[in-house]
Design a protein around this ligand. Sequence first.
Ligand code: SAM
Length: 281
Amino acid sequence: MKEVNQKEIGTLYIVATPIGNLEDMTLRAINILKEVDFIAAEDTRHTLKLLNHLEISKPLMSYHRHNEEVKTEILIKELKQGKQIALVSDAGTPGICDPGEEVIKKCIEEGIQVISIPGACAMINALICSGLDTKEFIFMGFLPLNKKNRKEKLNEIKTATKTTILYEAPHKLEATLNDLKEIIENRKIVLARELTKIHEEYIREDIDTLIEKAKGLKGEIVLIIEGSKKQEDNTLLALSLEEHYRYYKEKGWNKKDIIKQIAKDRNVNKNEIYQKFIHKD
Ligand code: SAM
């Protein structure tokens, strides 16, 4: 049965593609790719390989991070002229750490229908087999490289009571695990690697063992971190610095220990806190 109808105004189909195993392409996704007028793809050469495998011949247009703005306008114009368009990324679900967000937002603004064609998504597959809580979770994508933004995200993970999911590239894995070691204490961490591929594996070890094993580890990686059991961390971070200080003071702690602990709670340098309380007794 034909799903794509020729209407006055087109529909944008967000089509998930495999994250490794080509058999994860759904029948519906294949049909949509066959039926649309053209496909907007993150990397046309990459998508061409998938289309060849599926024996689909269809015009391709590039739509990636560096041309998102210009290409969004072109896609909107084509959709308004009644073109049926599929959007795919290199792997998995478009819009999840992949281009797509811009054109989807614009379509909604312009009253153009957007339909998601479900399929593989690394973070969901990693989460379900992690063995950690799946009821509530936070997906953070890749940790920022900018020092300040990275610290902010690490602080969020430190206090997150929900399972946190991260994407990571193999060459940055060791640095990320070392940063996580500073904040997650004895919380569980699971590394999911090469999902749906021959070397698919889940490493469920403590962070020190994981850091050892991560040396030279290759492939595509998802990290899943158990939520913090400490509600107290959240409460403390919501306090002003003065209130935070008073909290420990009322417990009878001395100035040196308070400063050390505040710096640890907030994941900032001890001297930074010391400067704020230099004149305090
Ligand atoms: N849109 C994709 C999705 O739906 O999962 C994510 C694209 S993002 C640019 C690429 C990152 O996703 C990789 O660096 C890795 O963290 C994760 N990833 C993709 N495929 C994977 C796989 N087969 N196994 C583990 N992680 C994967």
